[in-house]
Design a protein. Structure first.
Length: 109
């Protein structure tokens, strides 16, 4: 074996080792992204259920006109709006992840 063959063999082994490490971390991070997407979907379902529940409660007319009751109602409305904002933010993150995945798939073709 010549020196060039030894160097090329070393480079080949190093490249294969780095390829294996790269594949390992790509699979690891891919699974992490899929788990994150699943948890975002579950969170959005829960937020949607809570939003509907709070909206139904807010449709019931108040029979007691106390300032404290009105303040609680305003707080519930604020919480409902916050739930909607959080759901919109989470769905935007999910949409951005889907766009990134589509771009990567198009680049591979």
């Amino acid at each position: 074996m010549t020196l060039a063959e030894i160097i090329l063999s070393g480079c080949l082994l190093t490249s294969l080792l780095l390829l294996g490490v790269s594949i390992f971390f790509n699979i690891k991070h891919g699974k992490l992204i899929l788990k994150m997407i699943d948890s975002i979907e579950v969170s959005l379902d829960i937020l949607d259920t809570r939003y509907e529940s709070i909206s139904e409660i807010l449709e019931i007319p108040l029979f007691y006109d106390s300032p404290q009751i009105r303040q609680v109602q305003k707080d519930i409305v604020a919480c409902r709006d916050t739930i909607l904002t959080a759901a919109n933010i989470l769905s935007n993150v999910e949409i951005e992840l889907d766009d990134i995945i589509e771009v990567d798939a198009n680049e591979e073709e």
